[in-house]
Structures are given as C-alpha cells and as structure tokens.
Design a protein around this ligand. Structure first.
Ligand SMILES: *[C@@H]1O[C@H](CO)[C@@H](O)[C@H](O)[C@H]1NC(C)=O
Ligand SMILES: *[C@@H]1O[C@H](CO)[C@@H](O)[C@H](O)[C@H]1NC(C)=O
Length: 625
C-alpha cells in the first residue's frame, strides 16, 4: 500500500532526473512523437464511404483542420466489401480479394483502384493535399480467402510460397477456431508459426506500403481478441519497411495496463475501451481506465520506432451515422455541449490520439470550435505529467434546494461519496491526528475536512477528503446522525463503527474543536479524531479532476462533474503543490483562466472553486511566476 502523493513525487523526480526530451527530436525523428491526430470515416459513414466522399472529406480536412494538426485521414473498415443488397457488416461472400487472397478496394466504390492499383491513387491525392493516408484492416485472413483456398504470395519471389516441396494455400494457414469474435463470419487468425502464415501477413503489409499507406488501424487483435503473435509479426514487418507506417490497434474492450504493456512497445497507439459512440455512458466509462493507464506511465511510452499512446477512440461529434449501419451521415450527435466539452477535455488531458469522427462536409461551428480549441490542442500535444488529481472536493451547487436546507442546519457533507468510513480516536499529540482544516468554499459556507489520500493495492480505491459538519461529525449517509466520542461507550482509541453515530445533539461528546495545528479534538474526551480507512470507491458518478503541466510552465487543471446535479468543485493550491512538487511556484501570483468560458477566475483563500454543470467540465490554466 502506498500513499498516492508518494507515487506522484517519485514520478516527477524520475522525469526530472532523465530530463525532458527536446521538442524537435520528439516531433521529427520519432514515429508518433506526439499523439496522432486526424479524421476517420467510421462515425459518419460506417463502412459505406466511397472514393468521392472520402476525397471530398480529405479536401475539407486539409483546408479546415490541417492547420490544427489533423493530419491523418483514415478509411475505416470493409473498404473491400461490395455495397450491394445483402451486404452488411456480418455478411459473407461480398468481399473483393485478389488471386493471393488479399483484400482489395471494392472497384465500384473506389473506381481508381481498377487495374490492380489498389489505394495508390487515393493515397497520392491525399498526399498532394498535405495529409497522410490511413486504412483499417482486420486480423489475419478472410474467411472468403480460406474458402477460395487461394495460394500464398511469397513477395521475395513474386510468386507462390513454396516450402517442403509444396505450394501453400489459405486453408493451410487460417485458424478457423480463432475467428474474430465480433465478425466471426469475416476473418480468422493465421498461424504465424508457419513460414506461409508469416509470408501471407508480409504480403499484406508490403502491399499497403506500395499503395502509399501511412497509417494502419489493425482490428480484432487486441483486448478480448488478443493475438500477440500477429501483432508482434506485423510490427516486425512494419519496422523493416522503408515507408514509415504508424501502427494502431483496435478495439480494446477489457484492456488493462498489464495487457497493454505486452504490446505498447510494438505499436504507436492502442484502444483501451470498446467503441465510443455519442452517449454519456460511453464518455463516463473512460475516466477509470484512462486514470489507470496514466498511473501505469503508459501515456507516451516507448512504441514502434517512437512512442505509443493509449487511444480513447474517435470523437463522435457533429453529423453522424449509426454503428453497423448501411447508410452515411444522417443525424446530429446526441451529446449536449457540456458533455462534448467533457469528452474533448478528458481526451486532451490524457493525451489521447484525436481522431474526429463526424462528417466534415457538414461540420457546425460549435463542433468545429470544440475540436480546434487552441488550448486543448496545446495540452494534447505538449503537456506533461498528465494524471488524475484526487484532492478535490464538491458539494451540490447552491441552486439546489437540498443545499439550502443543509446550510440552515449548519452541516455540510460530501454528496457523492458513499460512506464506509472508519473513524478512529487517538491522542492529540499523535501526528496521525493532523490534517483537518476548515475550508471556505463559497460565501458563508465552511466545512471541516480531512485531507488524506491513499491507494489500496488490491482494489482501485481513492481515499478522498470527507466533508464534515462544522462542529458535528455527520454520518455521510444519514445526515441527522452525528459521531459520538463518549469514553463511557468504550470507543476510545478504537475504530468507530456505524453505530457510533447517534442522533445529533449539541452534547459535548458530539462536539469537536479544530486546533491551530490541524488536530480535531473532542470536547468531552479530549481525544483527537483520525480517519483510519475510507472505502470510497469512485464509481461512474462523482467528480473527477486531472492535472498536467504545460511546456511554458503553465499548469492545467480540469474539473469534471459526472453527477446529474450541478456541483461546486473546489481544490486547494497547496494540494496542487503536492503533486507538482518538482516546481516552486508562487501560488499567490497565479493568474487563473477558465478555458471554455474564457473567464478569469479568482483564487480566494488558496482555493479554486467553480460551479460545474451536469456532465460538464471546467478547465483552468494557471500562469504563476
Ligand atoms: C496540537 O495542538 C494541541 C493543542 O494545542 C496539542 O495538545 C497537541 O499535542 C498538538 N498535536 C500535535 C501532533 O502537534
Ligand atoms: C508572490 O507573489 C506575490 C503577488 O505577485 C508577491 O507579492 C510576493 O512577493 C511573491 N512572493 C515571492 C516569495 O516571490
């Protein structure tokens, strides 16, 4: 078990010790030196995009989004499937393959591919726009190629692969029992232990390089569908090619940092969640997993010929289609503006690749402003020390009725934190008793809080501050119950249980006093309170915060309100100083601006505090001398 701040300090020191890589080396020489950025056809066209639609989109990306670093345009899946009646995502037998069992673009949708040219002409046009060209590919080999039992190409001979006196075929290398789980009719793994299996994979990726592909999104090989052999071999092939091709893995349901550690060095980006669509649940589901990858130091870790990035998936904003659909864009994104800003803020603070998914031919101003916000893009590209920041506090915003009632009773409590708190009593000279403070959150509101944060080794829990009444210590689930500290009940120096709470009375054994040194003494027993353990598992609700530092010394702090009530979220600059302990900042000199509103924010009593909308975010930039 470690205290969270200790982990953070070690992390910062380690970085200082190794020195920060200079910007020029990280951008120019490495693959994916910064998180890749671009547009992908999936969220607006599903699989149905045509050459004309794709190139028109690329042209708009080049004019409107390239100046903001959106560089890759990626054709998502099934570009080889004929768009005819009966063809859909799970259909079999509609794909176009060449004599060697390799997928080639459907000539009706991609007319420039006729005559064996594949994607060469599309790639040329994309390059002439100053952009880079990407394609989506599936695992292994198609069922269609296996059924047709096509021969395997040996690219070194430009002829059929022969070994042990026989010509090898698709049926020899396809592993039927290892079909792609989510497209079981479509694709299966190939046996990379066989020379013919490796020759087949090599024939695919060498062809992509010949076409002029710059980015490959390799699907159904990671997460639940992990095929480490194929990833390793493809990575090896890409490393040997003359053409730099970024290697991206998808999808990533049930990915853990431990699993990612096996592949991150082989690739440039990898999905860490299932598909992200435009629902609040999808956005909220990214907070825990993203924190875990940041804690495991996976953001910008070593990757294929450069760096690798945990990928939170495309941004499904603007004008969209539906998953699995046979039609192009036809509806508006269902996230509201606050939720869209939350998504863009988390994706940027976590340095996820930013792949816009909406229809660029019909991009509205609000969507454009979100995905091109200069501060967010600066954070996404250049910030460092990106991590979740657990030392925040919250209460319902003053416009809620409950809040007014709580004010009148003189008691406050943390609303979202479930209560499994074990308080203890100890002598007031015990250093464990220190840490209590009065916090002024807003106008006449005062709370007594204990700052303590820790991380449990077997369970991802964060120990957060508990908010307690000014003189009463309240049961957080039953606010009419207060903590007793009567020595006659033999609770001294032992853990309190739930039954230590009794109806609130202004009795001395329920009265607590804050000493100047941060101890909280019980008026009756003279003993001081301490928190032995708080099991406050952060679930999909609640509040979150992320911090990062900028390349010019600025500090970024994002608040996220995952609740269905507007919340006032607060933090202390002294807590920020804890996680940024490598930096000596004069906090009283800080200028603080909130990015989405553009407003200056006052730091009063060393506290930054702001009401954050339901599912919304606040993003602060602190410039301190
Ligand atoms: C804190 O202050 C109280 C009252 O002055 C004193 O009794 C106690 O020993 C102090 N505790 C610590 C840990 O310094
Ligand atoms: C910190 O900043 C404040 C306000 O700008 C200034 O008055 C003070 O002298 C500074 N303190 C130090 C130690 O530089």
């Amino acid at each position: 078990m470690k205290f969270f701040w200790v982990t953070s300090v070690c992390f910062l020191l380690a970085l200082l010790f190794h020195g920060v890589p200079s910007e020029t080396t990280s951008v120019n020489k490495e693959h994916a030196g910064t998180p890749p950025r671009g547009w992908n056809s999936y969220d607006s066209f599903c699989w149905t995009v045509s050459e004309e639609e794709f190139l028109q989109s690329a042209e708009i990306v080049s004019q409107r989004l390239k100046p903001q670093g959106y560089q890759y345009v990626v054709v998502d899946y099934l570009w080889y499937r004929r768009k005819v009646p009966g063809a859909y995502v799970e259909s079999l037998g509609f794909d176009v393959i060449d004599e060697w069992g390799r997928m080639i673009p459907d000539p009706d949708r991609w007319p420039s591919s006729k005559g064996g040219k594949g994607f060469s002409e599309v790639a040329n046009k994309v390059h002439s726009m100053g952009l880079k060209f990407g394609i989506h590919v599936m695992r292994g080999i198609s069922t269609q190629a296996v059924n047709a039992n096509t021969p395997i190409l040996d690219t070194t001979k430009r002829g059929a692969y022969e070994e042990s006196g026989k010509v090898w075929h698709a049926k020899d290398i396809g592993i039927k029992e290892r079909a792609c789980a989510w497209m079981s009719h479509g694709f299966m793994s190939v046996n990379t232990k066989l020379g013919a299996g490796r020759a087949f994979l090599r024939s695919l990726y060498e062809q992509y390089a010949e076409w002029g592909v710059d980015f490959v999104k390799h699907d159904c090989v990671f997460g639940d569908d992990l095929d480490i052999n194929e990833i390793s071999y493809v990575s090896e092939v890409l490393k040997q090619l003359n053409r730099p091709i970024l290697y991206s893995l998808s999808p990533g349901t049930s990915v853990t940092p431990a699993m990612a550690k096996d592949v991150s060095g082989l690739v440039n980006m990898y999905r860490i969640t299932g598909d992200d669509w435009d629902s609040w649940g999808d956005v909220a589901a990214h907070f825990d997993v993203t924190r875990d990858f940041s804690t495991a130091n996976m953001i910008g870790a070593k990757g294929l010929l450069g760096k690798s990035w945990p990928d939170l998936d495309m941004l499904p904003l603007g004008w969209l289609t539906d998953p699995g659909s046979n039609e192009g864009p036809h509806r508006q994104c269902r996230l509201n503006l606050d939720e869209q800003r939350t998504q863009m803020t988390l994706w940027s603070m976590a340095k996820s690749p930013l792949m816009f998914g909406g229809h660029v031919r019909k991009i509205d101003q609000a969507t454009f402003d979100i995905i091109t916000n200069p501060t967010l893009l600066e954070i996404n590209t250049y910030s460092s020390h990106n991590m979740e920041f657990p030392y925040i506090t919250s209460m319902k915003s003053l416009d809620s009725e409950d809040q007014v009632l709580a004010l009148q009773s003189g008691c406050q409590r943390d609303v979202p934190t479930p209560n499994t708190l074990l308080l203890g009593l100890t002598g007031c000279s015990d250093s464990k008793a220190i840490g209590w403070s009065i916090q002024t959150l807003d106008q006449d509101l005062e709370q007594i809080c204990l700052k303590r944060s820790s991380r449990n080794s077997d369970e991802e829990t964060i120990y957060k501050q508990e908010y307690l009444g000014k003189h009463h210590l309240l049961a957080t689930d039953r606010k009419e119950f207060c903590l007793d500290a009567s020595p006659t009940r033999k609770l001294t120096s032992k853990e309190f249980k739930r039954d230590s709470f009794s109806p609130c009375r202004w009795d001395t054994n329920q009265m607590w006093e804050l000493n100047p040194n941060g101890t909280l003494a019980n008026s009756y027993s003279g003993l001081c309170a301490t928190v032995n353990s708080v099991k406050a598992k952060i679930n999909s609700g609640g509040i979150r915060s992320w911090v990062a530092t900028g390349r010019k010394g600025e500090v970024y702090v994002a608040f996220f309100n995952l609740n269905t009530k507007k919340m006032v979220i607060s933090m202390k600059t002294s807590d920020l100083a804890r996680v940024l302990s490598g930096r000596n900042l004069n906090w009283s000199s800080c200028k603080c601006k909130e990015v989405w509103s553009g407003k200056d924010v006052q730091i009063t009593q060393e506290t930054i505090s702001l009401a954050v909308e339901i599912h919304g975010t606040a993003l602060f930039v602190l410039n301190c001398s």
